[in-house]
Design a protein around this ligand. Structure first.
Ligand code: UDX
Length: 436
């Protein structure tokens, strides 16, 4: 099928390349000339495992191209809209400027029978607002939210755990769902759940899923706070409750909390939308989820200060990690960098290392010292803090070797990802999050 994908960020670029990889003919469109040039020449503009390969493959097969010219969307049967919906400046609500601009720019190039498939995470009610503009051209609007995780985005797009299509009522909606089934034929063919519903439900599925995941993380971080005053170990607690199949162990990783381009802004936008709908109290708990999450960053800073004897002033602190999570170079709302910046603000000499995110981090926080080589970054440290659980730190960093590089022996495990016993046995003073 011929497809267009409007917006070539973390979501759109992966979607475009993944759709080409399953056999479609795809044009990716973005207003950012530099990004389009990179993509068109087969270079992934950000780090995402597997993206580079499918990008090169799609381009050389002639099934994938990128442009800044919206007119090139003409002729595609389905137009995916995957532009950003950031948090509004000075407020919690989602900024829909880019969604509106993308749809408006697309309208003149639509033909009757085309499908416009919204993928961006939007406040419930957005699709109903956009639908009349799309319908006026004879095209149909569907809402087809994306659940991809950064770091696994290619896999999640090619082989998702479910597909959701919010469609209009009646035969127009049935036809739209059929077209989407065709787009996702490999997944649909192998029995991936395909849920056809109305616009509002489709929009809500996405924000509800993210709200649930954020709540799960903040729940275990709240338990970490209790563990800290009782001497309990939150990781053992998580293991024990996680054995209950109704609870499950995933997303019960206590630490410095969630960040990234989705969970933080999505729970805030959900709160703001619920307020507008007169149902603020229904999701009032999300404020608490947000606050617990942010408190964990404070806690990591406090723990570092205490471990260094009451002050970090002029101490060498090596921060292992800058990305908001491993397998990504994304630093949007990264708890790791937040902690690093705060320690720097308190007078510590902060050295940050990360396998992928240094370039992005340096652009936003040039005041920190960045060193690519992990061992070089560790050299002379009074304290080391792990804030992104890359394998390079979690599995591959030998505590005995690390001790030969550093000046002090304080290790703070902001992600509870290290083997505490091994670090202690090697002579380190180990501090976890919610662990004795
Ligand atoms: C999230 C959703 O998982 C995805 O379905 C949605 O489409 C977009 O938002 P993503 O932002 O890529 O995906 O990251 P995710 O894996 O959910 O992690 C979010 C944050 O939570 C990271 O900072 C991670 O370190 C943190 N986290 C995750 C924890 O602190 N503890 C955990 O147990 C799991």
């Amino acid at each position: 099928m011929r497809l267009s994908v409007i917006g070539c960020g973390y979501l759109g670029a992966v979607h475009a390349a993944a759709m080409a990889s399953i056999g479609h003919e795809v044009v990716g469109i973005d207003v950012d000339q530099a990004k389009v040039e990179a993509l068109a020449s087969g270079r992934a503009p950000f780090f995402e495992p597997g993206l580079q390969e499918i990008l090169t493959e799609g381009i050389s097969a002639g099934r994938l191209r990128f442009t800044t010219d919206m007119a090139d969307a003409k002729g595609a049967a389905v137009h995916f809209v995957g532009v950003g919906t950031p948090q509004q400046k000075g407020g919690y609500a989602a900024d829909l400027t880019y969604v509106n601009a993308a749809v408006d720019a697309l309208l003149p190039h639509l033909s009757p029978g085309d499908l416009v498939a919204g993928k961006s995470t939007v406040p419930v009610g957005t699709a109903a607002d956009l639908a009349p503009r799309v319908s006026a051209t004879g095209a149909t609007l569907v809402w087809n939210p994306e659940f991809l995780r950064e770091g696994f985005a290619v896999q999640d797009t090619v082989d998702p755990d479910r597909l959701v299509a919010g469609v209009p009522h009646g035969p127009e909606g049935e036809r739209a769902a059929e077209i989407l089934r065709e787009v996702y034929h490999p997944s649909v063919g192998k029995g991936t759940p395909f849920i056809v519903t109305d616009y509002a439900t489709a929009e809500l599925v996405k924000v509800a899923a993210n709200a649930f995941l954020a709540t799960k993380i903040s729940f275990i971080n709240a338990m970490a706070e209790i563990a800290e005053v009782t001497g309990a170990d939150v990781t053992q607690l998580a293991d024990a409750i996680g054995h209950d199949a109704r609870i499950g162990r995933r997303f019960l990783g206590a630490g410095i909390g969630f960040g990234g381009g989705c969970l933080p802004k999505d729970i805030r936008a959900f709160s703001a939308r619920a307020e507008e709908l007169g149902r603020g109290e229904s999701v009032a708990f999300l404020r608490e989820v947000d606050e617990i999450n942010l408190r964990r960053r404070d806690h990591a800073v406090t723990l570092t200060i205490q471990a260094l004897g009451g002050s970090v002033f002029e101490k060498n602190v090596t921060v292992l990690g800058a990305a908001f999570k491993p397998h990504s170079d994304d630093i949007r709302d990264s708890p790791a960098l937040d902690v690093a910046v705060r320690l720097h603000g308190l007078g510590a000499h902060v050295t940050v290392t990360d396998p992928e995110a240094i370039t992005n981090a340096k652009n936003i926080h040039p005041q920190l010292t960045y060193i690519h080589d992990r061992d070089e970054a560790l050299t002379g440290a009074d304290a080391v803090i792990v804030v992104t659980e890359w394998d390079q730190y979690r599995r591959e960093l030998d505590p005995t070797h690390a001790k030969t590089l550093t000046r002090g022996t304080i290790i703070i495990d902001g992600r509870n990802c290290l083997d505490a016993t091994a670090w202690r046995n090697a002579g380190w003073t180990y501090h976890g999050m919610g662990r004795p």
